[in-house]
Design a binder for this molecule. Structure first.
Ligand code: FAD
Length: 435
């Protein structure tokens, strides 16, 4: 590949906060003589949303700061400077482009509403700068899956069978170090939690996710879960657990902000299977990653509909929005102790298991009949691993406006008995008082 002389590129990092398997990084440094990286802590994502929640709460904010600090170190090792701002890209990117005479901006392709708005504002102002956007958050590359996303099947099994049969997963991309002359003198600071409007806090000692943000930690966890402990070999039996760090992979917060690539997980599992053998469990992690892809494809297919109360099914139900009931759910003060324990875990840690999420969401939408978008917005605010497609896709699915062909309601007490028969989980989070 020929580098263009005297040309400067910018990698605008978004939810692709890694150096391993990063298409934008690869293209930027292969096509241009000079490359600068930028990241924006966009104030929009720290504002209050229409339902009254902060769009990003303290757990994800801290995780993000750790992620960016790690990315900055890793990029510096490649001799790339990462500039960071607590400003919107609309405000700062045009200035950067002018200051460094930027020719091309490389970034991850996003398609949800807020991101599209930001992109079009920028493209209007930066008419002389080329934008190169790449899908880089998938296991199966969208270009190999469909030319027309309206053909994506609405039933997961049909989707899964189709792609597993016909589409191959691409190999990972890697890059090598640039010359020191690529570094620039400009210095910027990473905002602190306080700058973003939060008090510092300690991780709850019972947290099932006590990990730090950043690619380095993500790769450590991947190695731990596969090669060090071989937990991946029993994943299918433990994945519905509720207590501790090892019942499931815990990859989701790193996947959500892109500090870990789904392809990296896939190829590591393949390597593991070669060395230690494959079984239902090793496959099941990949199966779950296909669910993750699936919700992204559904969001590509339906666009803004995933945020609408009628969902992608276009069905009108009567939904309540009683704020007292919503608050009882958030505070873990409903009539249901299993729901309460899960909600308290979430409020205290930013984490909840998949089993817990299914139960509390079903209780919210199908027992309390509350507007599912309020529950989804609360999750968006507080989850460490918030991912727009997985969150809204799962909420629609559980609430009966998405693509669950069975439209189930969870019997939360039966689930509690099944998955927490010995009260270990509930005892961990519910206050034990006599009267
Ligand atoms: P594992 O069980 O180890 O699974 C491995 C990976 O597969 C996960 O990291 C995740 O990327 C993917 N995965 C697993 N289950 C699902 C699923 N149901 N849908 C999509 N991907 C899945 N996941 C998010 O990443 N972000 C969200 O905002 C989110 N919101 C949710 C909201 C509701 C109401 C529900 C029911 C589920 C939601 N999930 C979300 C999916 C799932 O609960 C989490 O991905 C999972 O609990 C993360 O834990 P893990 O990494 O240990 O998962």
């Amino acid at each position: 590949m020929q580098k263009k002389q005297n040309s400067t590129s910018v990698i605008w990092f978004r939810n692709n906060l890694r150096i391993q398997d990063n298409t934008s990084l690869f293209k930027a440094i292969h096509h241009h003589e000079k490359t600068i990286a930028v990241y924006f802590f966009d104030p929009k994502y720290f504002e209050i949303d229409t339902f009254g929640f902060k769009k990003t709460e303290k757990f994800r904010a801290k995780f993000l700061i750790e992620t960016i600090a790690d990315l900055k170190r890793n990029l510096a090792n490649l001799n790339i400077t990462l500039l960071t701002y607590f400003k919107s890209p609309e405000e700062e990117l045009p200035k950067i482009c002018e200051q460094f005479t930027v020719e091309t901006i490389y970034t991850q392709k996003e398609w949800t509403d807020e991101e599209i708005k930001t992109n079009s504002l920028l493209k209007r102002v930066l008419q002389n700068v080329k934008f190169v956007e790449d899908f880089d958050q998938f296991l199966y590359h969208p270009n190999s899956v469909s030319k027309d996303f309206s053909n994506i099947p609405d039933v997961f099994t049909t989707f899964k069978k189709g792609i597993e049969k016909k589409v191959t997963i691409e190999s990972e991309i890697s890059v090598s170090k640039l010359a020191e002359t690529n570094l620039i003198d400009t210095k910027t600071a990473i905002p602190t939690l306080k700058d973003l409007g939060f008090e510092d806090f300690q991780t709850n000692r019972n947290s099932a996710f006590p990990f730090r943000g950043g690619e380095t930690e993500a790769l450590k966890r991947l190695d731990y879960y596969l090669f060090e402990t071989k937990k991946v070999s029993v994943y299918k039996n433990t994945r519905n657990g509720l207590v501790g760090i090892d019942y499931s992979t815990k990859f989701s917060p790193w996947l959500a902000n892109g500090s870990l690539s789904a392809k990296t997980i896939y190829w590591k599992i393949k390597q593991f299977e070669k060395e230690f053998g494959s079984n239902e469990s090793t496959y099941w992690v990949i199966f779950e990653l296909i669910w993750r892809d699936y919700f992204k494809f559904i969001s590509l297919k339906y666009g803004y509909k995933i945020f609408k109360i009628e969902g992608i099914l276009d069905v009108s139900y009567h939904w309540n929005n009683n704020s007292k009931a919503v608050n009882s759910w958030i505070e873990g003060k409903t009539k249901d102790d299993f729901v309460n324990a899960n909600m308290i875990e979430l409020k205290e840690t930013g984490w909840m298991s998949n089993r817990g999420r299914q139960n509390v969401a079903s209780y919210f939408a199908k027992e309390l009949l509350l507007d599912w978008r309020i529950g989804a917005a609360y999750f968006e605010s507080i989850l460490l691993d918030y991912d727009v497609h997985s969150n809204y896709g799962n909420w629609m699915y559980v609430s009966g406006v998405g693509n669950d062909p069975r439209d189930r309601k969870f019997n939360t007490q039966f689930q509690a008995q099944n998955y927490d028969g010995n009260y270990k989980f509930r005892n961990l989070w519910l206050e034990k008082t006599l009267f």
